[in-house]
Ligand binder design. Structure first.
Ligand code: DQQ
Length: 536
């Protein structure tokens, strides 16, 4: 019931109860989407990990099935951890996943469908040859840092390649294995990539993107390589709990990935999401020519609160992902299928918002909505001056929504209570920095709840765009305890979890605001109430 569970999501993926973490082995088979995920059948905290399984027609509505992979043989008797699916020639799915063996060592296992003619792929059979990859005395692999196989890709030489996350001391790495038959795997002489000081690399993902310097959002199959192709290496850094990615060149003859900008320059390392977001992975969809990103969002509430509500963890809305025309970063946008949940649209005519003004968006269910807003700014002379580079998250914490500025802060107040005792602010602030306009995007949770047991950290990032010539747009998906925001048409994403005590259910309000001295113009505001999806 939604009134005693105000934080349960209406359209973000979650199980009926208990703990969920990483998305595992997403695939499309006979037209159905399959999503597996790390799950604790026994409680709302991490432990007893199995692969739970749900299916969908549209990436929006999900039906649960029985657990697909659970401890049953020595090579996974202490847990079935993360992994990925690969569709083999002939359309046969194969799952590689990490098992925890009787010695608590991390090893890699193979599972295949028991019955390929079952479109639901309910039962999975484990290879009698498991484990297929394991730490030994001769390979120098750390048995507690060897996990999370990627989707495999096939070279013209007939070898499948797969990455396993690892580290040696503080050097994070993606260990490469090769195989002709998907069963006998041989470790390559060197990792595909590694970086000193980054610590354990969890859940690596490696895939090609189209570099066409144009507006195309097309995705590529994982084994594609050649002209106009760049590669993305994503790793989930255990030390920082963020998903970072590098764009670069993959030399398949040498099996080396060379990033344009490496981890050495921490200022340029990009993230999928600058809020709470981890352990993501992508799938390529043949028929639709798109690559879709799935990710896990943990709670920001306390463990006792999680146990009380009986569940913890959600997934973000699946996002289409592609290379920006600059070639310098990726762009993400919620899959179009989500728009099928939109009802009762509210559209505003162009409106000027003066400094200090707040305009309420009425006519939508503000605790469960999809909002798109665009701003036009003119008085660039009023932008605050930034003398030296500051970490954007720190800048957002110092200059939250309540701190008056020049050009901004302007944006949305979501989950706001009538008297503004509670609100979450998603906004832009434009600075003058090195004679250019610098766009800051923030998600300010500092006043999101009167319950101070929650983690209310403010998040932020710079958006690499020119507000003189490009639309300053924001789309925010509001879903009962989720605020998932896309700035600059998907150039920057920030996901936050909030737990208001007053601004819940029908008491939640939505506003557009401007707390700068310069007026700004809203050139578009479209908001929809969101129907409840069928989520498990
Ligand atoms: N979660 C899994 C691991 C992975 C981690 C265990 C990332 O396989 O490294 O539940 O969240």
């Amino acid at each position: 019931d939604s009134s005693d569970q105000p934080y349960r999501t209406a359209y973000h993926f979650q199980p009926r109860k208990n703990w969920i973490n990483d998305p595992n082995g997403p695939m499309r088979y006979k037209g159905l989407y399959h999503l597996f995920y790390q799950y604790n059948p026994k409680g709302a905290v991490w432990g007893n990990i199995v692969w739970a399984h749900s299916i969908s027609n549209d990436l929006v509505n999900w039906t649960p099935l029985d657990h697909a992979i659970y401890p049953s043989q020595p090579s996974d008797i202490n847990g079935c951890w993360s992994g990925s699916a690969t569709i083999l020639p002939g359309g046969k799915p194969a799952i590689l996943y990490t098992g925890i063996n009787p010695n608590k060592h991390q090893v890699q296992n193979l599972a295949i469908p028991k019955n390929m003619s079952d479109p639901l792929l309910r039962e999975w059979v484990k290879s009698p040859k498991n484990p297929l990859m394991a730490p030994t005395s001769s390979n120098n692999i750390n048995s507690s840092s060897f996990r999370d196989p990627t989707t495999a890709w096939l070279g013209k030489d007939g070898y499948w390649r797969v990455l396993i996350g690892s580290k040696i001391h503080t050097r994070g790495m993606a260990i490469l294995y090769k195989s002709k038959n998907f069963v006998n795997w041989v470790q390559a002489k060197q990792p595909l990539h590694s970086a000193e000081g980054t610590g354990m690399w969890e859940c690596p993902d490696f895939y090609p993107v189209l570099d066409n310097k144009g507006p195309s959002t097309i995705g590529l199959d994982t084994s594609v390589n050649g002209d106009n192709v760049r590669h993305v290496l994503k790793v989930s850094l255990d030390d920082t709990k963020h998903d970072h990615y590098l764009i670069g060149t993959y030399d398949i003859a040498k099996d080396i990935f060379t990033p344009d900008n490496g981890f050495e320059d921490s200022q340029t390392v990009l993230r999928y999401d600058y809020g709470k977001y981890y352990a993501s992975k992508t799938i390529f969809e043949d028929g639709k020519n798109r690559r879709v990103l799935l990710g896990w969002v943990n709670e920001s509430s306390s463990v006792p609160d999680d146990i009380k509500k009986g569940w913890a963890g959600i997934h973000t809305i699946p996002r289409a992902i592609w290379l920006h025309k600059s070639g310098k970063q990726l762009v993400q946008w919620p899959v179009v299928e989500l728009e099928s949940l939109r009802v009762n649209p509210v559209h505003w005519p162009t409106k000027v918002v003066k400094g200090g003004e707040m305009l309420q968006v009425t006519g939508v269910t503000a605790a469960q909505a999809d909002v798109e807003i665009s701003f036009e700014v003119n008085e660039f002379g009023k932008a605050e001056v930034l003398d030296k580079w500051v970490d954007p998250q720190i800048l957002c914490s110092r200059k939250g929504a309540a701190v008056k500025g020049g050009l901004g802060p302007f944006g949305l107040l979501v989950f706001a209570s009538r008297g503004l005792q509670e609100y979450t602010a998603v906004f832009f602030r434009i600075f003058r920095y090195q004679n250019k306009n610098l766009v800051l995007m923030c998600s300010d949770q500092s006043r999101s709840s009167l319950n101070k047991d929650n983690d209310m950290t403010t998040y932020g990032t710079f958006v690499d765009m020119d507000p003189l010539h490009e639309k300053l747009s924001l789309r925010t998906l509001i879903d009962r305890s989720v605020v998932e925001s896309f700035g600059g048409e998907g150039m920057a994403c920030i996901t936050a979890r909030v737990y208001p005590t007053i601004a819940i259910n029908k008491k939640a309000q939505l506003y557009a605001f401007n707390n700068g001295t310069a007026a700004v113009k809203i050139t578009r505001l479209s908001a929809w109430s969101m129907k409840k999806a069928k989520i498990n």
